[in-house]
Design a protein around this ligand. Structure first.
Ligand SMILES: [Mn+2]
Length: 367
């Protein structure tokens, strides 16, 4: 019995100005990532696909977003006709007015698809002896969520919810992990294993306001084998994001800045073409940015987006006690080695002496 778990698709997400055949490039990227995840389902063959909210990037999604979801569901239906899809709305795709059904409700009408947009919903799949409770965002932030319980008669109990979840105590929607075979969560964009059976799958693409924070994190979705109790991550390739090491601007060597900018941008493995790139410069004021604008022009055309972050220059370099200690120890040993009558005791005393001094130095730097 295999589940697939994805969340935070943000279909319809748009960023930067670049277009591809009239469509925002990032909107195309998130649609592609979703389709890539669906294509991987053929090999995973889940009985149930769980989609844990923020399926659309906004309550009134773009037409492209509606088409992307419909296509994905159709592909899945064709490849795996008996697979059920359970979805909940997140904070991004909850309708503004409580009386509205929400765009996601369109897909609730599809056979084999359950999409809860506002109220909690219980789904029972008798063929699989499977019981699921669907808790969309609006339900998770109401008192309604407290009444969520598994069905003791069912072989499998699964909770699908959107929100900040705690394992008891603190704020947020409380989940009693031991009551459920699996808890599929959405809302966090990074992948988090809360417990062995409680997971945030993370977003499929780097759709946050600061994509560089997720530059090195692999994105994708999860599957969970209910019998073995084992979770597996399935990476999905998205738009590459590069966060460069900071460059220090030295006012005394202005020309050096242009050289360094060129160096770091040219050194990106595989180039910056089509990538989302962040260039960090320390100690340069916004009024001095003109010095490199012309230089950046060409790079801006190559990259999908080139973000320039101006940061404060770092403080004075900190002392490195480890190196001081090593130097001091070797100096002392070298000095003693030439002394007549050198024996183990002498070396031991020298080492102990050095260690004592080093420990004073460490305490001194801590205090
Ligand atoms: Mn989200």
């Amino acid at each position: 019995m295999i589940l697939a778990h994805l969340s935070d698709l943000h279909l319809g997400f748009r960023a930067f100005e670049r277009k591809d055949r009239g469509r925002n490039v990032r909107e195309v990227d998130v649609a592609r990532a979703f389709q890539a995840a669906i294509n991987k389902m053929r090999d995973i063959e889940p009985q149930v696909v769980l989609v844990a909210g923020d399926i659309f990037d906004r309550p009134e999604p773009t037409q492209g977003a509606m088409v992307a979801l419909a296509r994905g569901l159709a592909t899945l239906r064709e490849a795996l006709p008996d697979t059920n899809v359970l979805m909940v709305a997140g904070s991004r795709d909850t309708p503004h007015r409580p009386g509205d059904p929400g765009a996601l409700a369109t897909f609730d009408a599809f056979p084999g698809v359950e999409a809860a947009t506002a109220r909690r919903r219980v789904v029972h799949l008798p063929d699989l002896d499977f019981h699921a409770v669907l808790v969309p965002h609006r339900s998770a932030i109401s008192n309604e969520a407290e009444a969520v319980t598994p069905d003791p008669e069912a072989r499998w109990n699964v909770l699908l919810a959107y929100g900040d979840v705690t394992a008891g105590g603190g704020s947020g929607f409380v989940v009693r992990a031991d009551e459920w075979d699996y808890v599929a969560l959405g809302h966090r964009h990074s992948r988090v294993a809360v417990r062995e059976n409680v997971h945030y799958s993370g977003s499929l693409e780097r759709v946050g306001a600061a994509p560089w924070e997720e530059a090195v994190a692999e994105k994708g979705f999860l599957s969970f084998d209910l019998v073995a109790g084992v979770s597996t991550f399935h990476p999905v390739a998205g738009r590459p994001v590069v966060s460069l090491e900071p460059i220090l601007f030295e006012p005394a060597r202005k020309a050096r800045l242009r050289e360094r900018v060129r160096e770091v941008l040219e050194e990106v493995p595989g180039g910056i073409g089509g990538k989302i790139v962040r260039l960090r410069i320390q100690g340069l004021g916004p009024e001095d940015l003109d010095q490199i604008q012309k230089l950046l022009h060409d790079y801006r055309r190559q990259a999908l987006h080139l973000e320039v972050s101006l940061e404060d220059a770092p403080g004075p370099a900190e002392a490195r006690p480890d190196e001081d200690f090593a130097d001091s120890l070797s100096d002392r040993l070298a000095a003693r080695l030439g002394t007549p009558g050198l024996n183990e005791d002498v070396i031991r005393r020298a080492v102990e002496d050095a260690l004592t001094q080093a420990s004073h130095r460490v305490q001194g730097s801590v205090g």
